[in-house]
Design a binder for this molecule. Sequence first.
Ligand code: 5GP
Ligand code: ZN
Length: 114
Amino acid sequence: MPDCLFCKIVHREIPADIVCESEHALAFRDISPVAPTHVLVIPKKHIATANDISPEDKDVIGELYLLAQKVIEIEGLISSGHRLVMNVGAGGGQSVFHIHLHVIGGRSLSWPPG
Ligand code: 5GP
Ligand code: ZN
C-alpha cells in the first residue's frame, strides 16, 4: 500500500469525519473547509490522479458520483446547487495524490475559480 493520507483514512488508521460510504467509495469532511459543506469523496482504491484512471476503474468512478449525490442529499444541497471539483496535478491545485471529488456548497459560488 502506498504511504498515502487518504488510504490511511480508508483503513481507519487516521480519523476523519465520515459522512457516508459505499462499497468502493468513502465521503468525509475536508479538514479545512472552504464552504459550509466541503466533503471529499474518494475511491477506496488508491488512484493517484485523474490521469491514472484506467478502463477497469469505470465502475468505481461512477460510484464516486453516486456517493457525491448522497452527500448532496444529506447536506440538503439539491435545490441550492453546489460544485463538484477534482483538481488534477500540482498545477491544477492537487495536494493529496489520491483522487477525490470536492463537494462544495452552502454558499454562493463564483466562476471562474482561481
Ligand atoms: P486537493 O488540494 O488535493 O484538491 O485537496 C486536498 C484536500 O484535502 C484539501 O482541501 C485539504 O484541506 C484536505 N485535507 C488535507 N489533509 C487532510 C486530512 O488529514 N483530513 C481531511 N479530512 N482532509 C484533509
Ligand atoms: Zn491512497
